[in-house]
Design a protein around this ligand. Structure first.
Ligand SMILES: [Zn+2]
Length: 278
């Protein structure tokens, strides 16, 4: 937990409250900041951002850093009741079709952060089923990218990027690093690929509701705010099923509160996070 402790200090040092209020942080070519959301803080033991400064991982000489800046988003500040559901780690035959069925049944768009190797392995599970949804990059095989150097991080993301592009015909524009872990090298690689970095402001809490899909759904419905990005998984330990079994309840509950479901890119387009008004 040494790294987490260090980063907790770092987050306070970077003016965590300001970052939380905006739900967004822009990382430029000169410095690297770190922050997190309250929801994340409560439900995770490790900080979402870790790793060394870019200068220690990139080697010497001028580097290709794309636009030279990178946007990191946890949620979007908006007055509209918009919410983005995200599902990580797929695709896989066990649960992904069920999630797609439920979303299709209720005409809910979502964002899937897919693992490239899984895309290559299970393309048939999702092929022709992603209309209206968005697919983001979640690395090639779910390694902790914060532990890779710049070339390794780029190669990993590029491989997954190509797998997703082959599947959907659309190059992904969003990156969610596994475990929410970031180092300088992955920020650099993400900038080269012109990604926006997407974390989350609310996470499904399956452990707290074993065998209680309705209870879990109600918790999520209660916690969502305008602009929330919800983290879920369509792959993983069996306990995670409780969230997926309650997905219909979650959708209905949020709609009854006036919420509209959007992809993450649509949410970013609707938000005012880049121009804070106070
Ligand atoms: Zn993951």
């Amino acid at each position: 937990m040494k790294r987490g402790g260090q980063m907790a200090e770092g987050a306070r040092g970077w003016g965590r409250r300001d970052l939380l209020r905006r739900g967004l942080l822009v990382v430029g070519g000169v410095g690297i900041g770190a922050g997190t959301s309250e929801a994340w803080w409560i439900t995770h033991r490790r900080m979402p951002i870790a790793g060394g400064p870019a200068s220690t991982t990139l080697g010497s000489g001028q580097q290709d850093v794309g636009s030279g800046a990178l946007e990191v988003v946890w949620s979007v500040r908006t007055n509209q009741r918009l919410v983005a559901l995200t599902f990580d780690d797929g695709p896989a035959p066990q649960w992904t079709p069920m999630v797609l069925d439920t979303l299709a049944q209720h005409r809910v768009p979502a964002t899937f952060f897919m693992v490239g190797a899984q895309v290559r392995r299970h393309a048939d599970v999702v092929r022709d089923r992603l209309a209206g949804h968005e697919v983001g990059n979640h690395s090639w095989e779910h390694r902790d990218l914060a532990e890779l150097d710049a070339a390794e991080a780029y190669d990993d993301l590029r491989r997954s990027h190509d797998a997703i592009t082959d599947l959907t015909g659309v190059p992904p524009a969003l990156l969610r690093p596994p475990y929410g872990h970031l180092g300088g090298a992955v920020l650099h690689a993400a900038a080269r690929l012109d990604y926006r970095l997407v974390l989350w402001s609310l996470q499904m809490v399956e452990r707290q509701f074993p065998d209680d899909p309705a209870g879990h759904a109600q918790r999520m419905v209660n916690e969502v705010r305008p602009g929330t990005i919800v983290l879920g998984h369509d792959v993983g330990a069996r306990r995670r099923l409780v969230a997926l079994r309650g997905l219909t309840d979650m959708i209905n509950g949020l709609r009854s509160r006036g919420y509209t479901f959007v992809t993450v890119s649509a949410l970013l387009g609707a938000g005012v996070a880049a121009t804070p008004t106070r």
